[in-house]
Design a protein around this ligand. Sequence first.
Ligand SMILES: Nc1ncnc2c1ncn2[C@@H]1O[C@H](COP(=O)(O)OP(=O)(O)OP(=O)(O)O)[C@@H](O)[C@H]1O
Ligand SMILES: [Mg+2]
Length: 347
Amino acid sequence: MELRLEKFTKRFGEVTVIEDMDLTVESGEMMALLGPSGCGKSTTLFAICGIHKMSGGSLHFGDRNVTTMPAQQRSVGVVFQNYALYPHMTVEQNIGFPLKVQRVSKSEIREEVARLSDLVQIGNLLDRRPAQLSGGQQQRVALARAMIRKPDVLLLDEPLANLDAKLRLEMRSEIRRIQRETGITAILVTHDQVEAMSMCDRIALMKEGQIMQLAAPEEMYANPSSQFVAGFLGNPPISFLDAVAGERLDLGTGQSLARPFGLEATGDVVIGIRPEFFGPQHGTGLEGEVIFVEPQGREELIDVRLEGGGEIRSVLPAGEPVKPGERINWGVATDRILAFAKDGTRL
Ligand SMILES: Nc1ncnc2c1ncn2[C@@H]1O[C@H](COP(=O)(O)OP(=O)(O)OP(=O)(O)O)[C@@H](O)[C@H]1O
Ligand SMILES: [Mg+2]
């Protein structure tokens, strides 16, 4: 079911947290709300599920305007960061609880719990209590409980934040599998760009209550609309350098780069170079000194201080014989240079 926010505004007292936000999540789509802490992700989610009243604008599920509909009447399943499982209930009772409240018959509840526990693969744990489960298993229970009423919309607020790195990886693909299998429309709130990029069809990148860009992950990575977006996506992050655009991109330090094709701007600009586009594999062009090497298993992050000033990062396959203190002359894939105006807008 399509979900549509129109001119959504949220105020807490005098403070406006979100103003005139438009957002459409297509039917069957998984959308990430991504952004730094405090940008309004949870506030948006709470408004959609009905916990918060909207201060302005409207919310639609398909053709229905649900703006003023009470939370319990909205067909929404929610998973919060802390799962909020009932500690005194078994897994079976936890998952079945939303149906019990609706006075669904015992036999039907049992059937539905079996269906959901199969889906999230915890059929063998139904008699346990939450305290007897691992974090990942608790997460699955919370997911099953959120989905047992066959909601139109599934809302996930930082659902993986409490899991260790390995479980997070596993649950990422699990949640995506379940979302795809059921075809449910979903919103994932996260401040982890890797999570957003790997799990979602599209990303709404937020800053201070506004959507800065809404695009598919690859598109947003390759074609960010602003310096903020470019800096938020990508790990290790992009490097920014001040430059003057003339016949070449003059770094003002005795070094320069060729202009990327299609760049029309002249004068002061900021250029962004992702680490995979700076290194010996791109030939030569920039001289500098390696100041830091961080092994990351398969890859190494290498920070270079450029001759004359400025720092730029590279990522190379592990085992490349690069040492701190070494002088290098490495190239940049100039077609991949991103250019921004001084105010951060994309050029
Ligand atoms: N009940 C409230 N009363 C007053 N201000 C609030 C309330 N809830 C949230 N805010 C403010 O609204 C802004 C957005 O908060 P929100 O919880 O939506 O951020 P978030 O993007 O989810 O951040 P995080 O990643 O830290 O969870 C923050 O500045 C926060 O202080
Ligand atoms: Mg939040």
